[in-house]
Write a protein that binds this ligand. Structure first.
Ligand SMILES: *[C@@H]1O[C@H](CO)[C@@H](O)[C@H](O)[C@H]1NC(C)=O
Length: 256
């Protein structure tokens, strides 16, 4: 009896086969081509899923993710056509180097795109996750956790609808399909020294307050539980954590 218990405990402690289940639901009434990217310079564990796929309206996709997935992201791509071009311009928004399957080292996706981000089993044995519009917005998304004591991260509002004119991104038919962040839109003309990008002389939380970020309130009021700019953690509703010891599963929903 003692021997059996010891073996079982060892397996848990060493985390040999610990995995999470990720579910991606497309509640939009149009096809999404999700992109997935792991920053391999931070960690080598990757999900059991390609770095990009086609997902019809209403479809659900489930895959497993190692519970030490570090610096991973999933985002929606829209209006993709890989028949002639295999690269960032294959999609109206969110396209990546590589084509349908984003390149493992450079396929992070072209802004603007709403991004769900994870670091599992991080510091203090916590999962860290967020929904980011730091690089702009394309599709409403939501991240829910199987551990119901953990918060939902989301950008549930369609920020394309009232996107300020200087931030709008249009598809070939003129429809607004994306809303740039002020940083990406380069409103202040110098992204290396910018209160919108928190760069140069604005590169700390103290020197880059939300009040200095153009259109902060447009994004934060529509999507209060999302990460709106580089130092948005001060809002208390940007970066979320969940106890990793319970090995929670995650559901990402497009158009929640
Ligand atoms: C932009 O900011 C950087 C960093 O402060 C500075 O070195 C550069 O000269 C600036 N460029 C322009 C065009 O002002």
């Amino acid at each position: 009896m003692i021997g059996i218990l010891s073996v079982a405990s060892l397996a848990v402690i060493s985390g040999v086969s610990a995995q999470r289940t990720f579910t991606v639901k497309n509640n939009c009434d149009y096809t999404i081509w999700p992109g997935l990217f792991t920053n391999l310079q931070v960690g080598t564990a990757v999900p059991d899923q390609p770095n990009g796929w086609e997902q019809a309206a209403g479809a659900t996709v489930t895959f497993t993710v190692p519970d030490n997935w570090n610096s991973g992201r999933i985002w929606p791509r829209t209006e993709c056509d890989f028949s002639t071009v295999q690269g960032p311009t294959s999609c109206a928004t969110g396209g990546c180097n590589g084509g349908l399957v984003c390149d493992a080292s450079t396929g992070t996706g072209v802004p603007p795109a709403t991004v769900a981000e994870w670091t599992l089993s991080g510091a203090q044995d916590l999962d860290y996750y967020d929904v980011s519009v730091v690089d702009g917005f394309n599709v409403p998304i939501e991240v829910t956790v199987s551990d119901t004591s953990c918060s939902t991260a989301s950008c549930p509002t369609n920020l394309n609808t009232n996107c300020p004119s200087g931030l709008q991104v249009h598809d070939s038919s003129g429809t607004v399909v994306g809303c740039n962040s002020a940083c990406n839109a380069n409103l202040n003309d110098n992204q290396s020294d910018s209160p919108n990008c928190c760069t140069g002389s604005f590169d700390t939380a103290a020197t880059c307050p939300p009040s200095g970020v153009d259109d902060y309130s447009y994004f934060k009021s529509g999507c209060p539980d999302s990460y709106v700019y580089a130092y948005d953690e001060s809002s208390g509703t940007a970066l979320w954590t969940c106890d990793a010891s319970t090995s929670p599963d995650y559901t990402l929903t497009f158009c929640p």
